[in-house]
Design a protein around this ligand. Structure first.
Ligand code: ZN
Length: 443
């Protein structure tokens, strides 16, 4: 323990921060700030945020063509609410240059969103954005008891590091990080056996991966009575369903922390009391209804973000199209960082049937996931009144279970909606990344 702490301090101060600085990321500054600011009161944090919002608004209205054009005839000063809510489609429709800060002297980095829903979005970030994102992420991981440099298993398929372009330095970097990368792209019984062996050997305290990948591994561990003891498990990249959380918690025998990030940055992370604290030094969050009007506190709606440390390509009131609500409770952990109450997944995961019923994907995960005889599932909607349920089942699946499912599904879908249950060998993962999509609209 003591040696780990010494290693972490040395690694952080003499290798990680200096290496990051060499390639242009001043993570240390942000990290030191964020470690302190998390304990400020909500009022102090709001004041802090307001200053940052005003700075971004000023940059956008004076140096970004899209907003200059928009506010040509409008009297200044502007407030955040004067800015329109922008979507992926609006950014795509315009030339990317229209959103660039024309007075920006730093380096812009072209990024592409993972494209798990529709076409990927291209946008720019800058070095401040990246440094502050990594700093807030390290702060978040520390909530789990992790210290940078601790042995860590990464099951996202995307190894982190600053020197990806230089294979030799990158390998050294990964060794110093004590990072064990495992690919989630082809999960099958044999690869899971290998993964579990690797996890055992690595003697790690932290494992991080997509909710669905960790869930698959957790199911295998449970079925095979494997004993593991991983202190902290971080799920990311997808909505974490309650059934998944329980299985992951019990199989890995540790505490599950869920991370919520979008293209625009890392939004929230759970503390040990389960609250999703917003990284509000970097992100300003609003919740809006279907007409894009602000919701009341606690009301569920679409999550809209303004990135507060992205100066080269101001991203203002960007609609994530995820569903959530804000809370004003004080968390027992003592942090003043505001809390996202619920993250309900993407708006595209809302299932609307021809009879006007709105069903959340949670209702189906709640139905299928607790059934041991079902390995994997996916719902495809072929037209408003027709659904196909792809199920990968175990040999123990029987007619009785099939009848039970048919009854439950027809109650959930409601009148005049047809469906088929289709038994498949495997439920295909999404092509461009390993995230599993439980619902696909096919029309
Ligand atoms: Zn908390």
């Amino acid at each position: 323990m003591v040696l780990d702490r010494i290693y972490s301090d040395l690694f952080k101060n003499f290798i990680f921060f200096p290496m990051a600085k060499i390639v242009g990321y001043n993570i240390r500054n942000y990290y030191l700030q964020f470690r302190k600011t998390q304990w400020l009161s909500i009022e102090e944090l709001k004041e802090h945020q307001e200053k940052k919002i005003n700075r971004i608004i000023k940059i956008a209205s004076t140096n970004v063509s899209y907003y200059q054009e928009l506010f040509k005839t409008k009297n200044k000063p502007l407030t955040l609410l004067d800015f329109p809510i922008i979507s992926k489609e609006i950014i795509k429709k315009n030339a990317l240059d229209n959103f660039i800060n024309n007075n920006f002297k730093g380096k812009l980095i072209l990024k592409s969103s993972s494209g798990s829903t529709g076409e990927p979005l291209q946008y720019y970030v800058d070095q401040d954005w990246k440094a502050s994102k990594i700093a807030s992420w390290i702060r978040n991981l520390e909530w789990t008891g992790y210290k940078i440099g601790d042995p860590y298993v990464n099951v996202t398929g995307f190894p982190h590091g600053f020197f990806k372009k230089y294979p030799i330095i990158f390998t050294i970097e990964q060794k110093f990080f004590r990072l064990n990368n495992i690919s989630p792209f082809e999960l099958n019984d044999q690869s899971i056996i290998d993964i579990v062996e690797k996890i055992k050997k690595a003697r790690v305290n932290l494992i991080r991966g997509y909710a669905s990948s960790l869930y698959e591994i957790a199911k295998f561990i449970k079925e095979n009575n494997i004993k593991l003891n991983i202190k902290s498990i971080v799920t990311t990249g997808e909505t974490l369903f309650n059934e998944q959380r329980e299985t992951i918690k019990n199989s890995f025998n540790g505490k599950v922390y869920d991370e919520y990030g979008v293209d625009a940055g890392l939004i929230a992370f759970q503390c040990k009391f389960g609250s999703y604290h917003i990284n509000c030094e970097n992100m300003y969050i609003e919740i809006v209804d279907d007409n894009l009007k602000p919701c009341k506190l606690g009301q569920e709606g679409q999550i809209v973000v303004t990135a507060l440390s992205l100066f080269g390509f101001p991203l203002i009131r960007y609609n994530t199209e995820d569903i959530g609500s804000l809370s004003d409770i004080n968390c027992p952990c003592g942090r003043g960082l505001p809390i996202l109450k619920k993250i309900q997944g993407r708006i595209s995961d809302r299932i609307i049937t021809g009879n006007g019923k709105i069903i959340t994907i949670h209702m189906f995960t709640g139905l299928f996931m607790p059934i041991n005889e079902i390995d994997q599932f996916r719902i495809r909607q072929k037209n408003p009144n027709r659904f196909i349920f792809d199920l990968k089942i175990k040999q123990t699946f029987n007619n009785e279970l099939s009848t039970f499912l048919r009854e439950k599904i027809s109650i959930l879908l409601g009148d005049n909606v047809e469906f088929d249950i289709n038994f498949v060998e495997n439920v295909e993962l999404h092509e461009t990344n390993a995230k599993r999509k439980f619902f696909i609209r096919d029309f």
